[in-house]
Design a protein. Structure first.
Length: 280
């Protein structure tokens, strides 16, 4: 989760140097190069069913294309700080999506978490009243669209859970994503000359390995050793890490409304993911 938060600042820097389609396309290709041998080594030869492939293609369209296009475009209009705070609405969005799409019943505290997330978004909107905030409503709206895309990806992954090994599923999703992005990458391929700059190339490699490979493996390895509810609490590191790096590395302004928004977002995540007490 700390790496996911760090990648918000990394994505902000990449979005200022390379076309969005090229960033995501190269990221997917690099992820495929790593995931294919890893899947064969850990999980052997696995043939996904046609239904699983359709599910993975939809995950690629929503969780890779929509998420990254909206996130990287939004980062051109808003700050990494505010983007990280908006991304913290993800647990609430997933909870609401589970209720509306999967017809799961939400506990009162999950509705409370959604309300806190809305309050956090309102606080970030109030930051517009400060001239030095640096964000924008358009940028934040695009980041929230990215959150909805990621939420749909999580719900689709939940539907596929148990039918396909994790690394194999990730490889196929990245492969579908690369194929979908190819028509958008070809017209801007000349912009890849920017990768001659070692700093830009290094950021892209870091972004690819951490966001598409390492974060996934660490998360699922952690889930083998900790309950999902406890693991969910650690999603607080996403907005916290994003906020710290945005201020320390990118020099962005942290206002009182951002502090209020961060507090509400962390409360929302904690309420949504805190494990329930078991009755004796």
């Amino acid at each position: 989760m700390a790496l996911v938060g760090a990648n918000v600042a990394v994505a902000k820097l990449l979005a200022n140097a390379l076309p969005i389609a090229l960033i995501v396309g190269l990221r997917c290709l690099l992820a495929c190069v790593i995931l294919w041998p890893l899947a064969r080594l850990r999980e052997g030869r696995v043939r996904p069913s046609p239904a699983a492939l359709r599910n993975l293609a939809l995950q690629a369209a929503l969780g890779t294309l929509l998420y990254n296009a909206a996130l990287l475009t939004g980062l051109r209009f808003t700050t990494a700080l505010e983007a990280g705070l908006v991304l913290a609405t993800l647990p609430a969005v997933i909870a609401l999506g589970s209720a509306l799409w999967l017809r799961e019943r939400l506990a009162p505290r999950q509705w409370g978490a959604a309300a806190l997330a809305v309050g956090g978004m309102a606080a970030i909107t109030l930051a517009r009243t400060e001239a030095s905030s640096g964000g924008s409503l358009l940028g934040n709206a695009l980041i929230f669209i990215a959150v909805c895309g990621e939420g749909a990806y999580v719900l689709l992954a939940k539907r596929l859970s148990g039918h396909l090994p994790v690394v194999t599923a990730s490889f196929w999703m990245q492969l579908f994503s690369a194929g979908m992005l190819l028509p958008f990458c070809l017209p801007v391929l000349g912009a890849a000359a920017a990768l001659a700059e070692p700093a830009i190339a290094g950021l892209l490699v870091f972004h690819s390995i951490t966001a598409s490979v390492l974060c996934l493996l660490l998360w699922y390895a952690g889930l083998l050793r900790a309950p999902a509810g406890v693991a969910g609490i650690f999603t607080t590191f996403l907005p916290a890490t994003s906020a710290v790096l945005a201020v320390l590395v990118l020099g962005e302004h942290f206002s009182r409304f951002h502090l209020l928004g961060l507090a509400l977002m962390l409360a929302s995540i904690g309420l949504a993911t805190w494990p329930e007490k078991r009755r004796a």
